[in-house]
Design a protein around this ligand. Structure first.
Ligand code: ADP
Length: 287
């Protein structure tokens, strides 16, 4: 009798706790939703005035009527570059909050693999030239022509990795290489992958490198090797966490090998997302 009463009481307590948990998790969901909506609205509101700043500073810096002195033209260029940096920051924060809220929409399509390096050359050759670095791209001959993935997101990941490579390298080269992933690596890194192609896309630089005790940390938001306020390199520490989250959404992973003063290689393992719809809502939390 006593035991039954005890069991009954415990069941009641358990049910009460369960209900409370449901209420809390609902509240948590809602506040996360508020945060995402707030960030989305904010970024829209910030972007509108920023666009005027960007367009007008561009016009000024072109200085077509020669009304500005060279010094003033330089100021206009700085306004334009800073405005662009701010825009990137706003986009990055919004992207991360969308991933957190499970609200990133992937557009999976047939991506032409050989076009990837062509786009990257267009974007980064000028930077390589400006910094006195070589920029090499290699595509192994046996890689498939087409890969089922979100091409826009893949480009965004690669641009982040390449920007870092150029930023943290003062002499030597940056190399982008696309090859088929080694089957052993696929088994080790993507154990749930069953069929279909997996590409290994690597970005190698001959730059400052990353100490081994920081190699995991830098994939977290706002983390940098040099986090001092008077640090040498600009940036927000968001780029790699975006790379990390997006790669995960694409069903892949990133591997980092690096030695201080020798350089770094970031390798992306990206599987072909077969058997998936063209449009899908990727929910980061469901993993
Ligand atoms: P950001 O570049 O804006 O600081 P990231 O998230 O892209 O942010 O990178 C985080 C940190 O990782 C950088 O601040 C830097 O310390 C380190 N890092 C990233 N890529 C490289 C690289 N190719 N070489 C050396 N350090 C790097």
């Amino acid at each position: 009798e006593e035991q039954n009463l005890y069991a009954e009481q415990k069941t009641k307590e358990l049910e009460k706790a369960k209900k409370e948990l449901e209420i809390y998790s609902e509240e948590l969901k809602q506040s996360s939703q508020y945060k995402t909506n707030f960030l989305a609205n904010m970024s829209h509101e910030l972007r509108t005035p920023l666009n005027s700043i960007l367009i007008l500073s561009q016009l000024l810096s072109e200085n077509e009527n020669r009304t500005l002195s060279p010094e003033e033209e330089g100021y206009a260029r700085v306004i334009h570059t800073s405005g662009n940096d701010l825009l990137t920051l706003i986009d990055d924060i919004l992207d991360l909050s969308k991933v957190e809220a499970g609200k990133i929409t992937l557009t999976v399509d047939e991506v032409n693999v050989t076009e990837i390096p062509v786009h990257m050359k267009l974007s980064f050759d000028p930077i390589a030239e400006k910094n006195g670095l070589s920029f090499y791209v290699f595509v192994e001959s046996d890689v498939p022509d087409l890969l089922h993935t979100d091409g826009q997101r893949l480009q965004q990941i690669l641009k982040n990795l390449l920007s870092n490579a150029f930023k943290f390298t003062d002499k030597g080269s940056v190399t982008l290489k696309i090859q088929n992933a080694d089957p052993h690596k696929i088994k080790e890194l993507l154990p749930s992958h069953d069929t279909g192609d997996v590409l290994a896309i690597s970005v190698t630089d001959t730059g400052i490198g990353i100490p081994s005790n920081k190699q995991q940390l830098i994939f977290e938001a706002f983390q940098q090797v040099d986090g001092n306020t008077n640090r040498q390199y600009g940036g927000t520490g968001l780029g790699l966490s975006i790379c990390h989250e997006f790669t995960r959404l694409l069903g892949g992973c990133i591997v980092l090998e690096s030695r201080p003063n020798e350089g770094s290689t970031f390798t992306l393992y990206i599987p072909s997302m077969q058997n998936r719809g063209k449009e899908l809502l990727a929910t980061a939390h469901q993993e």
